[in-house]
Design a protein around this ligand. Structure first.
Ligand code: DQA
Length: 144
């Protein structure tokens, strides 16, 4: 089974960026952890600060047969219609993950533009959210 794990803007500095909000685990720790916990999964990881690069990668993953994606779009969650259209148009099975609870923070974070086109959302559980999202995608693989 193949799963893409995608991170949007500013998440490349995870572990160093506002650790009181996002924690001290780095992105490479998250990736190593997922590979170790789910050896049966063939992971692709991608982080970019650029919306277009994220969409190009989703298209390329789809062409490689990857439909299942764990995605933390960062602030693009709240502003990117293009990302939303890509998820919908490529018929991806996305679990949206946020390290922080986006409903307990500034009001602009409480609205996710991509939420209506994802399978589900995990918000506020820190890096454990990625594990739970992968577990869900494995458990429900084969589902529509
Ligand atoms: C985030 C929440 C977003 O509002 C923010 O812009 C991020 C990270 C999270 O993981 O909690 O970059 O997606």
């Amino acid at each position: 089974m193949m799963i893409g794990v995608m991170h949007g803007p500013n998440l490349g500095r995870l572990g160093r960026r506002q650790p009181e909000i996002y924690g001290r685990t780095s992105l490479s720790d998250v990736e190593a952890d997922l590979r170790a916990t789910f050896p049966e999964v063939e992971f692709q990881f991608f982080q970019s600060n650029h919306e277009g690069a994220l969409i190009d990668t989703l298209e390329s993953w789809r062409d490689q047969g990857i439909r299942d994606v764990v995605m933390n779009p960062g602030a693009l969650t709240h502003q990117s219609y293009a990302l939303r259209d890509a998820i919908e148009g490529l018929e991806l099975r996305v679990v949206e993950v946020h390290l922080s609870n986006i409903y307990r923070r500034e009001p602009f974070r409480a609205h996710s533009i991509i939420a209506p086109v994802v399978v589900g959302q995990i918000s506020g559980l820190g890096v454990m959210g990625y594990h739970l999202a992968v577990r869900y995608l494995i458990a429900s693989s084969g589902a529509v």
